[in-house]
Design a protein around this ligand. Sequence first.
Ligand SMILES: [Zn+2]
Length: 320
Amino acid sequence: MLKFMSLAVKLQLNVHDLNNETGAGNVTDIRIMEFLDENGNKKEAPAVSGRMLKHWHYEAMRALINNGSYSLPLCAGCKTGEPIRPGEVTNGQLKQVPKPEQQILSSCCICDIHGYLIAQAAKQEGEGGISSRRTSRAMFSWLMPVLGSETAQKQVVHTRVSQQEEIAEGEGAAQMIFNKSYASGVYAFVSALDIDRISLVELNLGSSSSYAVGDDNGRKDRIKAAIEAYRYMLSGQMGASLSHALPHCSPLEVLVLYSEGGPLPFPVSPMYSDYIKKTKGLMPEHAKVLYWGKDTPEAISEEEKRNTISDIFNELLSKI
Ligand SMILES: [Zn+2]
């Protein structure tokens, strides 16, 4: 049974708008992040926050559950995609409802895996006075340009026809003009999934830890849905403006580390040229390595190389 897994991903994205987290007025500025190259020199380029990546992992899990691929419970907030966790509908309104951790975990697998923060602490027996916060089992870096690669960005003018204005003020006023920026580049991100702590009740004050959901009572399916959600992210499904600016995505390299023994260090980011060698040099003995890419890098053995990304996912899922 898997206890921990992580991914180090390199992909090319052409003409994307994934980092469009804020839009003000009729101009949407692309998010630019400052960072250092391998010589320590300051660079800047469009980047996408880890919050955005985490949100899209959540969206993929939600879709897998709502369309019936996995039969798993969701609270009202997670079911509808509202960031109110754990949520319940009372008198027609979606509200955050403080409950003991055990109950929250049993009734929602996304609250379990992606965590939550309840500002108003539950005053239930055994939890009085303890702030109610669960850290995410899924962790994400920012999506950053691979160092040494080119990045491109361009602002374009869009025209939107507003039917309402057309009716109100005639044809001349019907066109709304706005500017948007799009970026292209070769990007990297890392993510880790702390599988062993999925469904684990953290506030269990007893001596031994316990799971809110049994392995064969849904916990295994929760883990599978969380792993499967990454597959969608590798297709570029991980940011804003997907309705009209799906990125032209091409995965380039996928390095997966997993362990059936215990937690692992995070992989070195594929934004660095020697990330595979460094990652392997950092891992404890119980870490297993899987790799997919166009070429086989020197640091990857024949046993570690897989022919398709699906081969990697199927292998991970078979160990749950
Ligand atoms: Zn929830």
